[in-house]
Design a protein around this ligand. Sequence first.
Ligand SMILES: [Ca+2]
Ligand SMILES: [Ca+2]
Length: 253
Amino acid sequence: MLRWAVSLALVVVLIGAGQAGASIQIFFGEDAVGGDPSMPRDHANAARDNFLASLGMSWTEGFDDASDPTPFVKELGDVTATLSSTNSLYPISIASGASSNRFPISGDQYVTSRVTSQTGGLMISFTDSTGADSWQTAVGFFATDVDAYKYESDTMILSLLDGGPSTVATFDMPQTLIPSARDGSVFFFGVIVDPGMQFNAIRFGNDTIGSQYDVWGLDDLTLGTPGVVPEPGSLMVWIFLGLTWAGWRWYRR
Ligand SMILES: [Ca+2]
Ligand SMILES: [Ca+2]
């Protein structure tokens, strides 16, 4: 019976993957590490690993050779990512090493910015080699010290934009740590959307009220191409193979 259960579990996973591929896939993991880059980041790393495994090809920018011009321009594969601040009072910058509970995920450098509202913070736009819009369906990143002054109701918001003022989708980061543990914490967030929801820019905001704000760290920004989602036909093949394998194992006992 155990072998049958294992086989059926495999089938359920494949069905779930097929359904998720028809809409939005979210990858999230967070760890309370108190601003210490040497602490294990098991949940965040697992989310990153699952995100990467769900992509075809992927490109990650670690900001480790970045100087500090404005705007920041980085190449991820054929995509040019331009980082800018939507709030001129608080430009983005490159930080080195652990500082103020923010820290690098890769190398020694990362991006810091100050988020002041739903639309006031770091924005990243994507273009191709000709300067035309580059349309994306997957983005992921590590964030440190997203605590918005530890107010429990405050949450980072990621908006997927399609040019101009339009918003394709908005996601509240699903942080579950208590506010005091968010200070110096780390999380990974990744999202894969349908081609019909493609975006050419992302914007980081939060739902702070009034003059409140949050300074946070961004590292290992990742773009990618869609992975292979099981089609209904291939799904039936997997079900058939799974049941056949389970039956064969049962026969061999
Ligand atoms: Ca880095
Ligand atoms: Ca912070």
